[in-house]
Design a protein around this ligand. Structure first.
Ligand code: PLP
Length: 392
């Protein structure tokens, strides 16, 4: 099994077989199993469901270079938030036209880098940033980001970014006009992990009004950016959201000359990763009568490592054991801890599992989004190694 390269499989990636061949039980660190073909399948699903909308992958979600290279090879665009993300993508031979600098508040040195590498498209949502652009990158293309939040999302973003769509967006465009800057479009983000189907429709309608005001000012707005928020592990929900988006686009942006892009992050990568952890210690908690009440397991990865998604991304993780013939075994309330000495390092407390042993493994699917770039080796526990796979 190749640690540095890509491994190939036929038809379906067999996680049990990977675990056996990679000898995970003999290793101290956890294992990330990354299926690059899953990313490719997601791309095909996107093309099928949202043919008019070009995805610009949000690099922040998972900046693994193999993920970025896979998406670059598929012709996807990129949403970058910083100089380092721009560099990562540009170094994969992605042309600057395929990049949007979608962080409305950027340090000057990062703007200088965007200017030097000719990344023109960038979002903006306040007057100070417009003055900054006027001084440091006056020929950039401004995309006015407005706020339009979903009623339900895993991680709302509206407290931090996005101007008011009715009043502020117009004022920002007036200021840009007065400073002789070019506004080329508008953008929004309904919130990451959006679960409200109508959220995009509502935002697209607001975007249309911003386009109308831009036209009044003499701007030729050509870009609508509908942001991220698409689910990563629920394709049925994605199909429903796509139908809503298509309907709203048809109603408000029927003119095919307007380019429509999106910034999906978790959509592409969440399902591509399965994390396999080892139980390195356990404790049994008994009630006053001596009956086994809860089994506590201590794993080799936790919330300071890959499971940071529980803290930062509000993810609910599901675990799977690999015991043969466990169907007939009794299950127990199970509490799962990470390896550090911190009691915040709790992975799950709502699982029922058979009574597992030290050395047994637990697999966690859908671990590709907002995990890898944020994980730290706190308390000296190493991060998981990653094996990459692709279907033949
Ligand atoms: C500006 C921007 N675009 C896109 C994304 C990706 O969102 P998601 O992973 O929900 O698709 C984020 C996530 O925080 C973001 O801040």
């Amino acid at each position: 099994m190749e640690v540095s390269g890509i491994n190939y499989y036929e038809h379906v990636l067999d996680i049990r077989r990977v675990i056996e061949e990679a000898q995970v039980q003999n290793c101290d660190e956890a294992l990330n199993i990354c299926d690059l073909s899953s990313v490719e399948r997601k791309f095909r699903l996107w093309q099928q469901q949202l043919p008019r909308i070009k995805p610009y992958y949000a690099v922040k979600c998972n900046d693994d270079s193999r993920i970025v290279q896979t998406l670059a090879g598929l012709g996807v665009g990129f949403d970058c938030a910083s100089k380092n993300e721009l560099k990562l993508v540009l170094d994969c031979d992605v042309s600057p036209e395929r990049i949007i600098f979608a962080n409305p508040c950027r340090p000057i040195s990062h703007l200088d880098y965007a200017k030097q590498r000719q990344v023109l498209k960038g979002t903006v949502d306040n007057e100070f940033e417009i003055y900054k652009l006027h001084k440091h990158y006056p020929n950039s293309n401004l995309i006015v980001r407005f706020k339009s939040e979903a009623k339900a999302a895993q991680c709302p973003l509206g407290d931090k970014f996005g101007c008011d769509a009715d009043i502020d967006a117009s004022a920002l465009m007036l200021l840009a006009k007065a400073l002789d800057l070019t506004v080329t479009g508008t953008s929004f983000h309904v919130g990451s992990g959006c679960t409200e189907l109508e959220a995009y429709e509502r935002a697209i309608k607001k975007a249309k009004n911003i386009f109308k005001f831009g036209e009044l000012l003499g701007y030729d707005l050509k870009l609508l950016d509908i942001g991220g928020g698409f689910p990563g592990s629920d394709d049925e929900q994605f199909v429903k959201i796509a139908a809503n988006v298509n309907r709203a686009v048809q109603r408000h942006f029927a003119d095919e000359r307007i380019e429509i892009i999106a910034e999906p992050g978790r959509f592409f990568v969440a399902a591509a990763y399965t994390l396999v952890c080892k139980i390195h210690a356990k404790r049994e908690v008994r009630n006053a009568a001596g009956k086994l009440d809860t089994v506590m397991y201590y794993l080799n990865d936790g919330v300071y490592g890959s499971f940071n998604c529980i803290l930062y991304d509000h993810q609910l993780v599901t675990a799977q054991h690999y015991l043969e013939g466990a169907e007939s075994l009794p299950t127990f309330k199970s509490l799962i801890w990470g390896p550090s000495c911190d009691a915040l390092d709790k992975i799950s407390e709502n699982l029922r599992l058979p009574n597992l042993n030290r050395g047994d493994l637990l697999g966690f699917p859908n671990m590709g989004a907002y995990t890898v770039p944020i994980a730290s080796a706190f308390n000296g526990f190493p991060l998981p190694r990653t094996l990459y796979f692709r279907a033949i």
